[in-house]
Design a protein around this ligand. Structure first.
Ligand code: ADP
Ligand code: MG
Length: 258
């Protein structure tokens, strides 16, 4: 199937996800067009990580649709289908919706450069020389161009997270998915990662960002979604949502996070 460049990069419709008897997502809709920065906010346990994990097919889901540039990547009621060719599709989705995790997840036995090059070379079979050039470029872009040959343990948390962002960028994805990228960091290190995310937003990168950092969400997002117990309780443009929240629950959430 050919991808439709005019379709949203990611479109999630009526997504339901259960863990056993626990329904964690109860019909969620999210659309991200090219260049959109969509932030997901909400209390711990509201389903934010699960939503990201379903979007890039780290998790199965029970009902609803996920479309990547118009291509359905799951079908209502069937879970992830097991037709021939699906492994390729899963790989394409994971490559194109590249995740950045809270805990960085860098390989400790590899240098920063090796970490950034690993998936493009071994999984995507790209030319190592070209990947190395791109890796150096992305490391420079996130401000750690001089750290290519050191090991993760030699970097601060903020530098490790920036290396993880360079690694995600080196997949040349259509969109980046961030799951609480700053919450494992000390406040002074948080800002260097926020700056990188802000620069990526200004460049017009498509991003889905789960964050507890309301200031960043207000600053970088084109759209903010407030999840409550697996449903979208309220959503809107950042200034409206933060400036004039309508729902009592969102008002309560925002006053608790001030
Ligand atoms: P958030 O990221 O908003 O804090 P999560 O998506 O991590 O929320 O979790 C939503 C709910 O799903 C929570 O009740 C959590 O305990 C549950 N949950 C998450 N992952 C699993 C899992 N692998 N097995 C069972 N329950 C899970
Ligand atoms: Mg989470």
């Amino acid at each position: 199937m050919t991808l439709d460049d005019n379709a949203p990069v990611l479109s999630i419709r009526n997504l339901h996800k259960c863990y056993g008897a626990l329904e964690v997502l109860k019909g969620v809709d999210i659309t991200a067009h090219r260049g959109d920065v969509v932030s997901l906010i909400g209390s711990s346990g509201s389903g934010k990580s699960t939503l990201l994990r379903c979007a890039n097919l780290l998790e199965d889901s029970q009902e609803g649709e996920i479309l990547f540039k118009g291509e359905p990547v799951r079908w209502s009621g069937k879970g992830l289908s097991r037709r021939p060719g699906d492994a390729k599709q899963v790989l394409r989705i994971r490559t194109n919706l590249s995740m950045v995790f809270q805990q960085f997840n860098l390989w400790s036995h590899m240098t920063i450069l090796q970490n950034v090059m690993e998936a493009p070379v071994t999984v995507l079979k790209r030319d190592p020389k070209e990947v190395a050039e791109a890796a150096h470029r992305y490391l420079a872009k996130v401000g750690i161009g001089d750290k290519a040959d050191v090991y993760p343990a030699q970097l601060s948390g903020g530098q490790q997270q920036r290396a993880a962002i360079a690694r995600a960028l080196c997949m040349e994805p259509e969109a980046l998915l961030f799951d609480e990228p700053t919450s494992a960091l000390d406040p002074e290190l948080e800002q260097e990662v926020v700056k990188v995310i802000r620069d990526l937003a200004r460049e017009g990168r498509t991003m889905l960002i789960v964050t507890h950092d309301m200031k960043m969400a207000r600053d970088v997002s084109s759209h903010v979604v407030f999840l409550h117990q697996g449903r979208i309780e309220e959503e809107g443009a950042p200034d409206r949502l933060f400036g004039a929240p309508e729902s009592e629950r969102l008002r309560g959430f925002l006053s608790a996070t001030q």
